[in-house]
Each structure stands twice: as structure tokens, then as C-alpha cells.
Design a protein around this ligand. Structure first.
Ligand SMILES: C[S@@+](CC[C@H](N)C(=O)[O-])C[C@H]1O[C@@H](n2cnc3c(N)ncnc32)[C@H](O)[C@@H]1O
Length: 223
């Protein structure tokens, strides 16, 4: 599915979020509070937007981006090569449930809109805990639901009906953008997901609503 939506993935992100996706990624990077030269692992990196944001916002950061879709990575690589920080980002094909990195080898892990898609999220959290150094930081962006009733009703209509329609017309994929609201509906609520992060070996877990709670930013530190 991700291979086939890769050609229009970035365009649809910008259009369907009205450009807010860039701001959410920047907020995730800033919440890590990293110092210069940090080693960052961006899991489910897709077309590398979060990896690119990390190199722009953290001076001297070195980023390893991992994803299992070769088409998403191919597009990500073209963007990385065209950017200012080409040498700071390495993209590798791999699975979030079996991360190709050594124990305690990174200062931070980021995941943008990817954990919901991972078949075994508990296994991925264990793997993240393994590769993070003690005190290392975690930032996960994932979709949520607005908490204000009127906004929630409006948003549900957009997310369940209009977004899949636009997604289908632009991507030409029949089901990928219907899968999006379905997979968000199946994802645990923020408090529950925060508990799962804590259970995987993290402290100071926070679930921060962004833009009325359309998106949640989960931040934590490795114990
Ligand atoms: C919605 S995209 C997010 C891409 C990017 N992080 C962003 O912020 O736009 C989800 C990505 O997760 C990847 N993915 C899903 N399950 C995965 C897994 N088990 N291991 C590695 N990548 C995975 C998909 O290939 C896809 O590129």
C-alpha cells in the first residue's frame, strides 16, 4: 500500500492537513530537547520529512531513517540528496519490529504517523527501548480526535468522508485513504497508548494534544 501511494504521499499530506503536518513534525523535533550532534533514529521514516526536519532543527544531528517501503525511501532519498544536509541522513530499508541498530546506540527516536501502521506496536516499542541510550528521548506523532464536541463532529465528517474521497482521487489508490480513518479508530486512546509507552521502559511520558487533538505528540524518556 505504501509503495503505491508514495508518488502522491507528500502532496496529499500538505493538502489534507492544510500544511499543518510540517508544524507538527517541527514540534515533535523541538520537544526532544536535543543538543548538537545528536544521533536520531526516525522509524517509519517514509519520504523522510521528519528526518529532514531533525537535521534542520538540531545542529550537527545525524539521522538514520528506517522504513520497509522501498518506494517511500526512494522518494525520501531524492529529497535528502537535494537538501542541505545530505550527508547527515542515512536511509535504510528495515522493519520497526527488528530495528537495524545496536543496543543503546541512539540519543532519540522519532516516529511520525507510523506506529499505528506497525503490525506489532508493542514489539516496536521494545525495540525502540533497546536501541535508545539511557535517558534518550522518544517523540511519536499519531492522529487523535478533537476533544471539543462541535469541532469533533466537523472533524469526523472531514476525516471519514471528505479525506478518503480526496485521497482516492489524487492517489488513485482505492483503499489507502479509507484505511487511514479506520486505522486511527483502531488505535488506542492517548492515555492508554501513553501507558503502553511507560510499560516498555519509559518515564516522564506525556501525551500532548496538537491542533485541538487532531494529532497527539507522545514524548518520553528512556529509563
Ligand atoms: C503514514 S507513513 C508516515 C511517513 C513519515 N514518517 C511521515 O511523517 O510522513 C507510515 C510509514 O510507515 C511505514 N511502516 C509501516 N509499518 C512499518 C514497519 N513495520 N516497519 C517499517 N516501516 C513501516 C510505511 O512504509 C510508511 O512509509
Amino acid at each position: 500500500m505504501f509503495d503505491s501511494i508514495a508518488p502522491r504521499y507528500d502532496l496529499l499530506n500538505r493538502v489534507l492537513s492544510a500544511g499543518l503536518d510540517r508544524r507538527w513534525r517541527n514540534q515533535a523535533i523541538d520537544a526532544l530537547g536535543l543538543s548538537s550532534g545528536a544521533r536520531v533514529l526516525d522509524l517509519c521514516t517514509g519520504t523522510a520529512d521528519l528526518a529532514l526536519a531533525a537535521t534542520k532543527r538540531i545542529s550537527g544531528a545525524r539521522v538514520l531513517g528506517v522504513d520497509f517501503s522501498s518506494e517511500m525511501l526512494r522518494r525520501g532519498l531524492a529529497k535528502v540528496r537535494a537538501g542541505e544536509h545530505a550527508r547527515a541522513i542515512q536511509l535504510v530499508r528495515g522493519d520497526a519490529s527488528c530495528i537495524p541498530a545496536a543496543d543503546g546506540s541512539v540519543d532519540a527516536v522519532t516516529i511520525g504517523f507510523g506506529i499505528r501502521n506497525v503490525a506489532e506496536p508493542g514489539r516496536a516499542l521494545e525495540e525502540i527501548a533497546r536501541v535508545l541510550r539511557s535517558g534518550g528521548r522518544l517523540a511519536i506523532l499519531e492522529f487523535g480526535e478533537p476533544r471539543i464536541p462541535g469541532v469533533r463532529t466537523l472533524y469526523r465528517w472531514y476525516f471519514r468522508y471528505l479525506l478518503p474521497l480526496i485521497g482516492r482521487l489524487v492517489s488513485k489508490h482505492q483503499s489507502a485513504y479509507s484505511y487511514l480513518p479506520a486505522s486511527v479508530g483502531a488505535f488506542p486512546p492517548p492515555a492508554e497508548f501513553a501507558r503502553r509507552i511507560a510499560a516498555a521502559g519509559f518515564s516522564q511520558v506525556q501525551a500532548v494534544p496538537l491542533t485541538f487533538g487532531i494529532v497527539y505528540l507522545y514524548v518520553a524518556s528512556r529509563r
